[in-house]
Ligand binder design. Structure first.
Ligand SMILES: Nc1ncnc2c1ncn2[C@@H]1O[C@H](COP(=O)(O)OP(=O)(O)OP(=O)(O)O)[C@@H](O)[C@H]1O
Length: 532
């Protein structure tokens, strides 16, 4: 083996290269785990508890932290590794890619898409989509799912989780059948479902496999009695749409042949209450009652609840993590900006515009009303601005997303609706106009930039009112390698009850208006409800 081969082996899966990132002149060679230089959380921190609970599951764990230092050895002319060498190599690959695993008989990570019997046509499609090497989550999740093992996977935002589940699922379905849906992918928003649908369609090209996306329009067809199940292999949907159909009298939706149930953004789908989907997920789970069903949970953030549930219900499950849990991607340069008051936010955002914005830019606010208010303020500031929230029609939402993808909209004002999963290529800046309601929300929001190895920036405005939650976000920033003023980290820890309350409902804020004395009649309850 020559030096080139050794280099190739060591860097396999680490190099990023994707031809289709149009508009960028950057050639980025960046580790996809995006999690180097991470400071560990304090001992009493919730995230450490999460980690401990997950790892203490009685299964052998191959933690990167326990590995020996990496040694580059010239391989002799031995064609095969002995067991010890193989184990060492597997551990080394995991360590280099910040992969941790927990479970019995975990297969070795792949270092190339050629390593694990992916169907030739699917391989061709992967190449056509511009992917040359697997990202760390793909390196480990693909061989696990190819063995038909259930999985709980957690990897940073923008690290390629979609392909990590699509490739093995498509591979296991092999060719079309008329049994009914054999794979079901659920995710929290229609925009995300449509995005997964697009990727799935590209990946199944020329395989004959048929993918179906439930939308308002197709929902009507199904409700009218059209038996779609028999004509398609893969179903992609939000839980609400599917449950609506399942609840119809004489529903023809047949999920009895589902072999793979994929829950994307699993922690969001496990949330209870109006913002979560726990009940709907339960119904879907019960409807997929094939004996051979396998489940896979994916998210960038991890909660104890999901982990406990999976441990209890997913037989032989393997848990995979990339990087440190519940930290933001370190490709994003993060900044907290004190703006004094609500009015100060408007001044700050206008300053950003006058200093010269580098579109595309996403601006997050906490509610639909605030999105509308900010939109009417920025409409005449000479920038191409638009908004997206759940009150807009499906067509409006689709058009806005398309226009933003095509660069026709420079600044997109959005609610939490766009916080998860959405992959806009090359978002340069995320502005948290309203302070995020939790660390999890912060991680997902700023994860709309710094994707697929590209750098990004995030600015979070805060006022005196946001101070109680400041420490939580400052800690996330520190853990992803950003400089944070020491005083923020030594602020009083947020009371748990207050923290939970804030997660459930956004704080009441002064309306967004150039005139600071402007008041609206919008009552508090309405404001709390209209978050998406
Ligand atoms: N092997 C690969 N090589 C290069 N780019 C890839 C590869 N796999 C996926 N990508 C690209 O990486 C980007 C992010 O992927 P994806 O949307 O799946 O991220 P994610 O991990 O699901 O993020 P989030 O947690 O925000 O949902 C996409 O633009 C995708 O095309």
């Amino acid at each position: 083996m020559d030096a080139h081969d050794i280099f190739r082996k060591l860097t396999s899966g680490v190099k990023f290269s994707k031809k289709s990132f149009a508009g960028s002149k950057l050639t980025v060679k960046q580790n996809f785990n995006g999690q180097t230089n991470v400071v560990k959380l304090g001992e009493d921190d919730e995230d450490v508890k999460i980690k401990e609970e997950i790892e203490d599951d009685g299964y052998p764990s191959f933690s990167a932290d326990n590995d020996e230092p990496v040694e580059v050895k010239e391989e002799e002319d031995k064609p095969t590794f002995n067991e010890e060498q193989l184990k060492e190599k597997v551990n080394r690959t995991r360590k280099q890619n910040s992969i941790t695993v927990s479970g019995k008989n975990v297969p070795a990570p792949i270092e190339s898409f050629d390593d694990c019997n992916i169907l030739p046509q699917v391989l061709k499609n992967i190449v056509k989509m511009g992917y040359s090497n697997p990202t760390p989550i793909q390196m480990q999740a693909i061989p696990i799912m190819m063995q038909g093992r259930q999985i709980l996977a957690c990897a940073p935002t923008g690290s390629g989780k979609t392909m990590a589940f699509l490739i093995p699922v498509i591979n296991s379905l092999k060719k079309p059948k008329s049994d009914g849906f054999r794979a079901l992918i659920v995710c929290p928003t229609r925009e995300l479902a449509r995005q997964i649908f697009r990727e799935c369609t590209q990946l199944t090209e020329q395989t004959g496999l048929r993918t179906y996306l439930i939308s308002k329009l197709t929902q009507k067809h199904i409700s009218k009695g059209e038996n779609i199940s028999k004509k398609c292999d893969i179903l992609i949907t939000t839980p609400n749409r599917l449950v609506y159909i399942l609840r119809q009298e004489d529903s023809k939706m047949d999920l009895k042949h589902v072999e793979w149930l994929i829950v994307d953004e699993s922690d969001k789908l496990f949330e209870v209450g109006v913002r979560g989907f726990r009940d709907q997920l339960g119904e879907i789970y019960r409807a997929c009652d094939s004996e051979n069903i396998k489940r896979a949970m994916f998210s960038a953030t991890h909660t104890v609840h999901v982990a406990k549930w999976c441990k209890k219900h997913l037989k032989g499950m393997i848990s995979v993590g990339v990087g440190h849990r519940n930290t933001a991607v370190n490709l994003v340069e993060q900044k907290l900006e004190f703006v004094g008051s609500e009015h100060g936010k408007l001044i700050a955002v206008r300053n950003l515009i006058h200093e010269g914005l580098h579109p595309p830019v996403l601006v997050f606010v906490q509610s639909k009303d605030r999105a509308k208010e900010l939109f009417s303020e920025l409409l005449y500031d000479g920038i191409n601005v638009d908004i997206i929230h759940s009150d807009r029609t499906q067509i409006q939402r689709d058009n806005v997303v398309r226009a933003f993808r095509e660069g026709k909209i420079w600044v997109l004002i959005c609610t939490e609706l766009m916080g998860r999963g959405i992959d806009f290529k090359g978002v340069n800046l995320v502005v948290n106009y309203d302070f995020p309601q939790s660390a999890i929300s912060y991680i997902h929001r700023i994860g709309r930039t710094g994707r697929a190895g590209r750098p990004g920036k995030a600015i979070t405005f805060f006022t005196e009112d946001d101070k109680p939650a400041l420490r939580t976000i400052a800690t996330v920033m520190r853990d992803s390698g950003c400089a944070v003023p020491e005083f923020m980290l030594s602020l009083k820890k947020q009371n748990k009850k207050v923290k939970r309350k804030l997660e459930q409902s956004a704080p009441v804020r002064q309306p967004i208006s150039t005139n600071p004395t402007y008041k609206t009649n919008v009552n508090k309850k309405k404001r709390k409800k209209n978050t998406e």
